[in-house]
Design a protein around this ligand. Structure first.
Ligand SMILES: *Cc1c(COP(=O)(O)O)cnc(C)c1O
Length: 449
């Protein structure tokens, strides 16, 4: 049954102790949440608490781990530093400085995002846009830079903790449209954040209207909305005051001939179990929008091949299209959430073999790193200097240079490797794209210097 009166209520580090279900936790467990929640972002809402988490088994609950900070997410030393600061009740400034010092150790901006992907329009840098892959422009609207709940593993975590200068955001739609008019190669605009589905209809529609204008001179053919609202707040499309306005706008977008793709983030099949999410998916699909799904593979949350197979199958049954499985990124609490690439691939393969072709629209596991989206195709034994050696077979699903895409390449097998920078070429001294990539990095550093 869908609660027609559902109203959003969020809890953060300052008031999470007032969550009724939290009483079941020990004082130590609550303290752990408070310590980590003062370094990494923490926000959870009443839907996640009341409808998704199984409180009778919260310690093993994937959605609890997805939203509530875990002690092991911080290195012991950093945990102790923050705990001491809280125990001593230091003032706000000192607390923030303590937190920022720890945060800076956690690679707040992976994959060269600050320097390399920010484009220019009329001689001005546009910090709210990233244009890395030719066809797809990412847009970070300034009012969409928060979420209904935060994911503990989030790779954009730095935006949510108020670290100065580390926030992408942009207000001006004119600059976005102007930029896209000059870049006819861009067919896709991807609204991201944060979560663009945190915006009110009034604010959100202002970003969309220019694309529905008959005189619009961009070449945009797909509008994508990267969102976790279906997982964390499906009431966005059911009971929020402007729910129907959103659905009507989605229909207008589709009717105008633009493909509307909701890029829905689901990390676990438990996010698909409520009547609310089923109804929200049905209503969105009724507008003619498509829903594509994506998630990283994350230790302690979804490192289970059978769960992935069931989740993809269920998504397809609900009318959604599996799109990406990502590798946990090299930022934040990665040491807690990551798996070696070899194990990540094994889980992907074990899940993929269990589903039919309609679910195999999913691609991965994929690392979003500086050269592009690097997919681990598998492992293989090949003769190197007359000796059989194990290698990773890789290819790019997306490339900073489009010509790099879909060209198989090889790295030495390393059972511990967790990210692209742990990998060494299997043949020769460098990967085929390395020289060109170095030139691109040098160029962008000159430009931003
Ligand atoms: C994944 C990603 C995109 C989208 O790529 P598609 O292949 O179009 O899905 C765009 N920009 C960045 C920076 C990305 O990481």
């Amino acid at each position: 049954m869908i609660n027609k009166e559902m109203k959003y209520k969020a809890y953060q580090v300052h008031n999470f102790r007032t969550i009724p279900q939290i009483e079941a936790l020990s004082e130590e467990e609550k303290m752990n949440i408070e310590v980590v929640g003062n370094v990494l972002p923490f926000k959870v809402n009443n839907y996640v608490i009341d409808e998704l988490i199984d409180w009778s088994n919260y310690l093993n609950d994937p959605i609890f781990r997805l939203t509530f900070p875990q002690k092991e997410m911080l290195a012991e030393e950093d945990f102790n530093t923050m705990k001491e600061a809280l125990d001593k009740k230091v003032d706000r400034d000192t607390l923030k400085k303590t937190a920022d010092t720890i945060r800076l150790k956690l690679n707040p901006h992976p994959a060269g995002q600050l320097e390399m992907n920010v484009p220019e329009y009329k001689g001005e840098r546009l910090p709210g846009i990233q244009h890395k892959y030719r066809q797809t422009v990412l847009f970070f609207p300034s009012s969409g830079q928060t979420c209904h709940s935060y994911c503990t593993f989030c790779f954009r975590w730095a935006q949510f903790v108020g670290m100065d200068g580390l926030k992408f955001a942009m207000r001006e739609t004119e600059q976005l449209v102007g930029y896209l008019e000059e870049h006819q190669e861009a067919t896709d605009i991807l609204f991201t954040g944060g979560d663009p589905m945190i915006m009110s209809f009034k604010v959100f529609s202002q970003y969309i209207e220019p694309f529905l204008d008959k005189d619009n001179k961009t070449n945009i053919q797909t509008i994508r909305l990267g969102t976790k609202a279906l997982g964390f707040w499906p009431y966005k499309f059911l009971t929020d005051r402007d729910a129907q306005d959103f659905l009507d706008l989605f229909k207008r977008i589709v009717d105008s001939g633009i493909n509307l793709s909701i890029m829905a983030h689901f990390n676990h099949i438990n996010e698909l179990k409520t009547p609310a999410v089923k109804e929200a998916v049905r209503l969105i699909r009724e507008t003619g929008a498509q829903i594509r799904t994506q998630s990283p593979l994350i230790r302690h949350i979804n490192d289970d091949a059978d769960m992935w197979a069931k989740m993809w199958r269920k998504q397809v049954n609900m009318g959604m299209i599996p799109y990406y499985m990502f590798v946990e990124r090299d930022t934040g609490a990665r040491h807690y959430f990551e798996l070696p690439l070899a194990e990540t691939w094994e889980i992907f393969q074990k899940a993929y073999q269990q589903v039919s072709g309609v679910c195999r629209t999913v691609r991965g596991p994929s690392m979003s790193c500086t050269p592009g989206k690097v997919q681990i195709v598998g492992t293989q034994e090949v003769p190197i200097n007359g000796k059989m050696e194990k290698v990773f077979v890789l290819q790019m699903i997306q490339g900073r240079n489009p010509d790099w895409v879909n060209r198989p390449f090889f790295a030495k097998y390393d059972e511990k490797a967790r990210w692209m920078d742990d990998l060494k070429p299997a043949f020769g001294d460098e990967f085929f794209f390395d020289k060109e990539l170095t030139e691109m990095i040098d160029d962008s550093q000159l430009q931003s210097a």
